[in-house]
Design a binder for this molecule. Sequence first.
Ligand code: ZN
Length: 472
Amino acid sequence: MSLPDAQYHRQIIGDIWTTDEPLRNLEELCDVIGSRWAGSDSEHQAGEYLKDKLESYGLQNVRLEPVPFGAWTRGHATLELTDPVAQAFSCIALPYSPAGEVEAELLDVGNGEREDIERLGDAVRGKVVIAAAETNTANTKSTKLAHRTDKLRFAVDAGATGMIFVNQNPGLLHITGGIAAPGGGPAPIVTVGTSWEHGQTILRLAKRAEGPVRVKLSTGGTFAPDNVSYNVVGEIPGSRHPEELVLAGGHYDGHDISQAALDDGAGTIVSLEAARVLAALPPEAIGRTIRIVLFCGEEVGLFGSWAYTADHADEVERTRFMLNLDGAGRGKGGSEAVNISGRPELVPWFEELAERTHYALRITDILTPHSDHFPYAIRGIPTATLNSPDDSATLVGRGWGHTEADTVDKATLRGLQMSAMATARVLLEIAGDVEFPGEIKSREDLQEQLTELELDIALKRGNRWELVGGTA
Ligand SMILES: [Zn+2]
């Protein structure tokens, strides 16, 4: 069976297979412009670079949309065992750790999942806790793995006074990850990240000690409440339903300790490459308007997508879909997957799309809150994330992501190309299908879904529950 608009798919595939444009763009973004930490000069330069690229590819209404947020800049961080042995370990502050110092008894909370904290109960109060940054799925029966910000919240609610996150992948790599309070201010307790090797040494020394082990943490860093970053936006106008919008994009900001090449330099470049080949199609190929949105400030609290959805609240009814590209373009190609965000009614459409385009996309349907699709999902807009896990590396969780090793050498041209092809073809079909089934979800249905998934807790704490019609 061949596609009705097969010539457009052929042009997309041909355009992508015959250039090294995406890899050259990724190198420029990471090697030349740098880590793109939210609020830094590097992030602003990247915004300008991406805007110029979208313009050069022929997108229309290309613009920078300002995003006010509180920025955090890294300072010192120290981690020392003080009693019964004195030994210092290298560590980094988790972004938005408050500047301060804490000395207390150390408590190993294992994975730091809710059940771990509940099991330890009152023992957590007053302690500095040490936990796995990401729970290894091989070590738990739980299917609901907590995000670092959830683990911190469990520990804080139980009375912890400081927290150490241990990277679960070897290589002397420090783990990082934003822990801003809901709403964007500094976190409640001093929190650091350390490597697998340092973490294991600390745990061995703690086991060896007869009595309690004491630890001292200190972090610097500054918080500037009035910062501005920019979302980069550009459009390919629809020829049949220009008023209806199909959105797509990754986040171009990255973690300050790395090049942020895979998370999410790669997804940003996949967005660019898909935009390039879609804009090169004859205008009649594009049914609904495809709007590319490259987000700032994702790593520090989804600030770009929260701001976009607030600024464009009047467009919700005519936004048919949002495709998040956080995690696209990683690996060696062939592992592309679409995770729909809690919309079982869209699963058959995507399965049929995979069949129709003769491309074996893996389709799943799980609503998760920790990337830029989420602010769209809670406004009722159908969303999904296209990503491509690096299956060749047997790493826990984010793998190289959120460590110093998230560098361009881990990316491949083929991985970028294959994600870009999948993305462009999916967008072409969503924009072109007059019977695309995504509807705006009602606030009642959203409240029920979010409560069932326990995602209401963080929304209530961040004063965002009202967005789904809830009361504070
Ligand atoms: Zn990311």
